[in-house]
Design a protein around this ligand. Structure first.
Ligand code: ADP
Length: 255
């Protein structure tokens, strides 16, 4: 009888421990799967690069093939660089962004900078890129805010037909800042909408696989939003376009 409360306490503790252990095991599994995917994704471009380089080494490349083969090597090495950069960024996020500094900054001007970098990619496809909004002071990790806007906007351009529109809007109230990135692009089917936030996931259908990408952009965005205690929503109609809406508290440390 005396030890009954103790037993009850212990069993309560055990049920509490069980989900913890499950979470740890699950995290280990996810890490393992991620490493396997990284190795696979890096091996593919490296394989192409070394294959073409070997042809050059053995003098097997005809004059007219020199340029296209060199172009292929160049493209694949750029792809590898982008993959490595994205992986480094994700690893930083996995560590909770602890080595990055929270600062007072203006969400709107960061958004403008990110969009500026993509101006030429948009004009190459004759896509109108518009930024709306006004100053929006926040306490945030500026590199991460940049990365959120950059990745969403980069996708909005990449997964659009020529002559489309991409609009980026930043609004703010007393508590929250809202970023909306809207495109008139290819859209995302309902059943794909959850999966696109997974690491390395890319939609197979439509033409999105022909577009250059690592499949890591949206997982970086989702993670960065999470660190800012915000949320991300998606409205999309297949064939019509998509709208990503990010909401973050102005002062995540306080709210
Ligand atoms: P990446 O663009 O490098 O493939 P992301 O993680 O950024 O990787 O996106 C995952 C997938 O989601 C993309 O491959 C694409 O199929 C789909 N996607 C993302 N953004 C859009 C968009 N704005 N319109 C249509 N499809 C999109």
């Amino acid at each position: 009888k005396e030890i009954e409360p103790l037993l009850r306490h212990l069993s309560a503790q055990q049920t509490q421990l069980k989900p913890d252990r499950a979470a740890i095991e699950n995290a280990a599994l996810i890490r393992q799967e991620f490493s396997a995917n990284v190795s696979h994704e890096l091996k593919t471009p490296l394989h192409v690069i070394s294959g073409y380089a070997e042809l050059f080494e053995n003098g097997l490349v005809k004059e007219e093939d020199i340029k296209p083969f060199a172009k292929k090597i160049h493209a694949e090495s750029l792809r590898m660089t982008k993959l490595i950069e994205d992986i480094i960024e994700l690893t930083k996020l996995d560590n909770g962004g602890t080595e990055m500094k929270w600062e007072k900054c203006d969400f709107y001007s960061i958004a403008e900078n990110a969009v500026d970098t993509l101006e030429s990619a948009a004009s190459d496809m004759n896509i109108k890129l518009i930024v709306n909004g006004e100053n929006a002071p926040v306490t945030a990790i500026p590199q991460m805010i940049y990365s959120i806007v950059y990745n969403l906007c980069d996708n909005a351009i990449k997964y659009s037909q020529p002559n489309g529109y991409v609009s980026v809007t930043v609004t703010q109230n007393d508590h929250y800042t809202v970023l909306t990135v809207k495109d008139t692009g290819i859209g995302i089917q309902e059943e794909e909408q959850k999966r696109i936030f997974e690491r390395f996931y890319r939609v197979d259908k439509s033409r999105s696989k022909e577009v250059c990408g690592t499949g890591l952009g949206l997982s970086i965005v989702k993670h960065a939003v999470m660190i800012h205690k915000g949320n991300i929503r998606l409205n999309s109609v297949f064939g019509k376009g998509s709208e990503f809406i990010v909401t973050i508290p102005n002062y995540p440390g306080i709210t």
